[in-house]
Ligand binder design. Structure first.
Ligand code: PAN
Ligand code: ZN
Length: 195
């Protein structure tokens, strides 16, 4: 038998209810409200009004019990609610993996965009139920709900990857996803937006 510094957890079955975004067994749940998304939307006054006007839940992340430690392969289901701030679709904070590691997203419900940025190049992938988006190592990633119903996806990523949110605040994500005549309009970040 292989010996590990941190023993892996035991094999188990995970039951995924895609329409309710529940996992059984279930680990922790993260709730991100509008007030947690400071500095991310271009229209700051519109973001401030949304925070003052009930500070809605923008997205939740329900995790399985697999820990975020080296060699494990954690999973989680993200649900982003529909909405816009100053015309920009509701979205996740977005992050870079400090330990450059790949990740997959499987669409479960609704319609979303996966925005990828490696510091120079941007990619935009649209994800619907049954579609897998691949995030290569070194690409920061953000998810966007581009529909009128909750957008849900399963994420599977290496436990050593980590989550660096400061990278996105500093470098942006290359593009913003805006609603325009019921379509998605991708507009570049302006240099003055970046610190
Ligand atoms: C996902 C994300 C999740 C929430 O599980 O962590 O969708 O997005 P933020 O972490 O950007 O708030 C993932 O990419 N994990 O690595
Ligand atoms: Zn990630």
């Amino acid at each position: 038998m292989t010996s590990y510094a941190t023993p892996p957890i035991s094999p188990f079955l995970l039951t995924l209810d895609a329409s309710n975004a529940t996992l059984e067994p279930q680990g922790s749940t993260l709730v991100r409200r509008m007030s947690d998304l400071g500095g991310l939307f271009a229209d700051v006054p519109a973001w401030e009004r949304a925070v003052a006007d009930g500070d809605p839940i923008v997205y939740t992340v329900v995790s399985s019990p697999v820990p975020e430690i080296p060699r494990e392969l954690p999973q989680s289901v993200t649900t982003i609610h529909p909405g816009t701030i100053g015309g920009e679709f509701w979205m996740t904070k977005g992050h870079q993996h400090p330990d450059p590691q790949g990740e997959i997203y499987l669409g479960l419900g609704g319609c979303g965009g996966l925005l990828l940025f490696d510091g120079e190049r941007t990619e935009w992938l649209e994800i619907t139920p049954g579609v897998v988006g691949y995030i290569p190592p070194g690409w920061a990633h953000r998810s966007v709900n581009i529909g009128d119903e909750p957008y849900r996806f399963l994420a599977v990523y290496p436990g050593s990857a980590g989550h660096d949110y400061g990278w996105v605040l500093k470098h942006g994500m290359g593009l913003r996803a805006r609603k325009s005549d019921s379509q998605v309009e991708l507009v570049p970040f302006t240099p003055t937006e970046l610190g």
